[in-house]
Ligand binder design. Structure first.
Ligand SMILES: Cc1ncc(COP(=O)(O)O)c(C=O)c1O
Length: 446
């Protein structure tokens, strides 16, 4: 097959029927929609092209730069599509937690503005939310940026309605299958599940749409967690028949099963969708009954998530699971927490080691004077090897609001350190009128 332009390869992805002997659901014909066959590797290629196509000439003529809330696949696709036409991308995102994803964006010359938040989607409850930062950036430099806004742009849904949904329907119709009974997919912007399900419902109004999220306080890259279901942008909670949480551990197991059982080398979101599909379908198709047709969306490929997989399952990589057991409730309760005034006194008298566990950007903007910056995920890795601080000084952990600091202090106390936390974190320090030290980015580069 020959093509004239890489964008001609977007869409028309394969629909793979999975072997029931492997997935174990005898009444279910389970299909995987293999979105990693898109040219830049993910389901987001459709959305990026769908949002950009009509405006591209104007963006090029106006010399504008794209600005988008994305930490991963949308940014990757927009960056490549923009680069092909000399258009830059500024990706504004909460902390990118997968190294390879950040490195791919850097490799292609994306300007990355990483905010301290941890949420996988815009969070209307925080003042430093990605959408407010984008609006402020655009207001400061009128005419510089074009925001395609995947979280609110109806073209996101349309790309999946006219693409993903229609293709699934037409491929199955050719096999004499008139309707899909279940659609299962991860929830990010919600464009893929909404657009695809809306098309499939035209042919089967009884379609059940199952949304997949990560379990509370767990993390699967690219999808929301159970605690991030804010009713903003395109998300309509009542669109879904069920919203199923999956732990990261189950997502990883299912990711490996997809690869070794079906030959589908997909990322952890797809593993989460596969795990949710099996859970829901096993319960809802138990016993005798008519055959059921189900489709889940395979968003992207496995390889960019190796560090994520290694971190969660070192045993699969021939390493011992070096995680430190979480502190018990009693250990947490025993942690001394300092008020801002007490920390200032301690600092004046006992030369404590102060460790700020937030991301580099938040630290740069303002930290407790004298604090060193070791991000919480890096501290977790370090603690697994031993605690790298002097025992001759008190140790004070400082985090955004005082939760993570208590956890690290409890672990350090378990190892015999005189460790404590700052109650209320940097926010309490600032609100008490205490000085904040900043570290300009240039200082860090030397
Ligand atoms: C890997 C991955 N899976 C799932 C999704 C969710 O897709 P949607 O934004 O259409 O809800 C995303 C979105 O960014 C993603 O990157």
């Amino acid at each position: 097959m020959r093509y004239d332009h890489i964008t001609d390869l977007i869409g028309n992805t394969p629909l793979l029927r999975l072997d029931p002997a492997v997935h174990g659901l005898p009444r279910v014909q389970l299909y995987a929609k293999l979105e990693f066959f898109n040219p830049f590797g993910s389901v987001k290629d459709r959305v990026a092209w769908g949002m950009l196509r009509d405006d591209l000439a104007g963006i090029v003529a106006g010399g504008r730069t794209l600005i988008e809330a994305s930490s991963g696949n949308t940014a990757k696709a927009l960056r490549i599509l923009g680069a092909l036409h000399g258009v830059g991308l500024r990706a504004v995102t909460n902390r990118i937690k997968v190294t390879e994803v950040r490195e791919l964006l850097q490799l292609f010359g994306t300007e990355i503005e990483e905010l301290p938040g941890l949420s996988e989607c815009p969070d209307p409850t925080t003042p430093n939310d990605v959408y407010s930062v984008i609006e402020a950036t655009m207001a400061r430099s009128p005419g510089t940026y074009q925001h395609l806004s995947q979280y609110t742009n109806e073209k996101n849904i349309e790309a999946h309605y006219h693409g993903t949904g229609r293709e699934i329907h037409e491929d199955l119709a050719r096999d004499g299958i008139g309707g899909v009974d279940y659609l299962i997919g991860g929830l990010g912007t919600t464009g893929s599940t909404r657009g695809t399900a809306t098309y499939l419902r035209k042919h089967n109004p009884e379609l059940r749409t199952i949304a997949v999220v990560s379990e509370r306080s767990d993390f699967v890259p690219g999808i929301r967690s159970e605690t991030e279901l804010w009713d903003v942008g395109l998300f309509r909670p009542d669109f879904y028949d069920r919203i199923v949480p999956v732990t990261a551990a189950r997502a990883v197991d299912a990711t490996v099963e997809l690869a070794t059982g079906h030959g589908v080398l997909a990322g952890p979101t797809s593993g989460a969708a596969y795990a949710a599909a099996r859970e829901v379908l096993a319960a809802e198709t138990a016993g005798d009954g008519p055959p059921v047709v189900a489709v889940f969306i395979v968003c992207d490929r496995l390889e960019p998530y190796l560090s994520y997989l290694r971190k969660r399952r070192p045993d699969l990589f021939g390493r011992t699971a070096a995680r430190v057991p979480a502190p018990t409730a009693a250990e947490l309760a025993a942690v001394p927490v300092l008020s801002p005034a007490q920390l200032a006194d301690l600092d004046a008298t006992a030369r404590p080691t102060i460790v700020d566990t937030r991301g580099a950007m938040a630290y740069r903007i303002g930290h407790v004077p004298g604090a060193v910056n070791i991000r919480d995920d890096q501290l977790d890795d370090m603690f697994a090897q031993g605690i790298p601080f002097s025992r001759s000084r008190p140790l004070v952990f400082v985090c955004p609001v005082g939760d993570a600091s208590t956890r690290f202090a409890a672990l350090a106390r378990r190892a015999g350190f005189d460790a404590m936390g700052l109650a209320g974190g940097v926010v309490a320090w600032r609100d008490a009128g205490r000085p904040l030290e900043s570290a300009p980015a240039a200082d860090l580069r030397g």
